[in-house]
Ligand binder design. Structure first.
Ligand code: ASP
Ligand code: MG
Length: 418
């Protein structure tokens, strides 16, 4: 069997969903389809949640009806018989409204998972119903009952053993050749919904591939494959046809938006190749990530990660034992879910580069108990692999560099526009 994953951009319009039907109808193998929420639905649901948490039910319901309207437009365009589409999603929007009207927003992360996870439930209902209408039989699955996770809300980890039993039973390919499930979502052992981290649908696809021993996993995207740089930021990008798992992990860690960092492990563990394929031109090969490649990457790779913060901590009492300070500071950062992408230590301080997330201020507060804390925000982290001086010069022009690290093969520059 194969796993196909379609992201938010692929399902954002009726045309996109028709294209999924075209791609799927050309496949003879057993297929598990993983789908994200449509377009920017996850962001919109985050806005619904924010109003809900502020106990502004009216605004939350208003925002939700905009989400419903958007889905209704797509349904109107998509189905020959609109009633089929409406029937698929109406009960879900009703459920959501009920939750918003009755629930009391206490724990943000837990409510996030409960509400925002509906984006994927809704999109998969639409895709599944449309495939049926188009004569492509399929079974819709609720991943909130199949992927068992821990209770680390908003960034849950899948428990592979428990999930395997459930998923293999649900998707046994006896009844049907095609199954559809949501990316991004699961539930803890008590059945409370969880989400796997923003852009987590890739991770879901990889987990499904692992649990069902897929022959391959394909992520269909609105790019030609994996490029050596983000074409929205850099000129003259080129396609990288083959990468190793290790290359992919490094790129994802440096902030390449192409795949979610957690995606590789479940695939590497079972040596399942991951294809990144162009949604708009399904006949093209795209890129493949696998155990070994015949052609190592021979172009420089550039990755720009925005919205970075440089945090520097120095023990208050001037006594600096690096190992002790490091473990203390990292324990706090880990607790507050900060993702550290660069570390530097000096005689009396430690500096780290982290994403600017909503957890940052809590972490800075707690670090302040033991350390004197300073920080710079609004920074960009540029990673260059296959480094060449002219590229460094060109890409760091008009930037002041706050921190840089270089090895023979690569360079990292934490910088600010001037
Ligand atoms: N819908 C989720 C998000 O936008 C998950 C995903 O698209 O992968 O983050
Ligand atoms: Mg997405």
């Amino acid at each position: 069997m194969k796993v196909y994953k379609f992201g938010g951009a692929s399902v954002r319009s009726a045309e996109g969903i028709r294209n999924i039907a075209r791609i799927v109808s050309g496949v003879d193998d057993n297929l598990f389809i993983v789908v994200s929420a449509m377009g920017k639905t996850t962001n919109a649901m985050e806005a619904v949640l924010d109003f809900f948490m502020k106990a502004n039910r009216e605004a939350a319901i208003q925002r939700l009806s905009e989400v419903e309207y958007y889905h209704d437009l797509v349904i109107t365009d998509l189905f020959k018989d609109k009633k089929i589409g409406v029937k698929a999603v109406k009960p879900l929007f009703d459920e959501l409204k009920k939750i918003i009207n009755r629930g009391v927003g206490d724990d943000y992360d837990r409510w996030y998972d409960r509400l925002v996870s509906y984006g994927e439930v809704i999109s998969t209902k639409i895709v599944s119903a449309f495939l049926e209408e188009s004569g492509i039989n399929n079974t819709w699955l609720d991943m909130r009952g199949l992927l068992v996770t821990d209770s680390n809300y908003r960034e849950a980890n899948v428990r592979m053993d428990e999930s395997q039993v459930r998923l293999q039973q649900a998707a046994d390919f006896n009844q049907n050749r095609i199954y559809i499930g949501q990316g991004f979502i699961g539930a803890n052992i008590k059945g409370e919904p969880t989400t796997l981290g923003r852009e987590g649908s890739d991770y879901s696809a990889a987990v499904v591939g692992n649990l069902l021993n897929a022959e391959s996993v394909s992520i269909w995207k609105d790019v030609p494959g994996i490029l050596n740089a983000d074409p929205r930021i850099f000129d003259n990008t080129v396609l990288i046809p083959e990468l190793t798992y290790l290359d992919a992990v490094e790129l994802a860690y440096s902030g390449a938006q192409i795949i979610h960092p957690k995606t590789i492990k479940p695939l590497e563990n079972k040596q399942i190749p991951l294809y990144v394929r162009p949604f708009g031109s399904p006949a093209e090969a795209g890129s493949v990530i696998k155990a070994s490649t015949e052609h190592p990457i021979d172009v420089p790779v550039l990755i720009l990660r925005k919205n970075q913060v440089l945090v520097t901590v120095r023990p208050r009492d001037f006594s600096f034992v690096l190992e002790e300070s490091l473990s203390k500071a990292f324990a706090v950062m880990n607790k507050h879910r900060l993702k550290v992408s660069m570390i530097q230590s000096s005689a009396i301080s430690i500096s780290v580069c982290v994403d600017n997330t909503r957890y940052l201020s809590g972490a800075l507060d707690e670090l302040g108990n033991d350390f004197k804390v300073t920080y710079n925000d609004g920074l960009e982290l540029l990673t260059i692999r296959g480094i060449m001086n002219e590229i460094v010069e060109k890409t760091t022009k008009n930037r002041s560099i706050l921190l840089s690290q270089r090895t023979r093969r690569s360079g990292r520059f934490l910088m600010k526009e001037i």
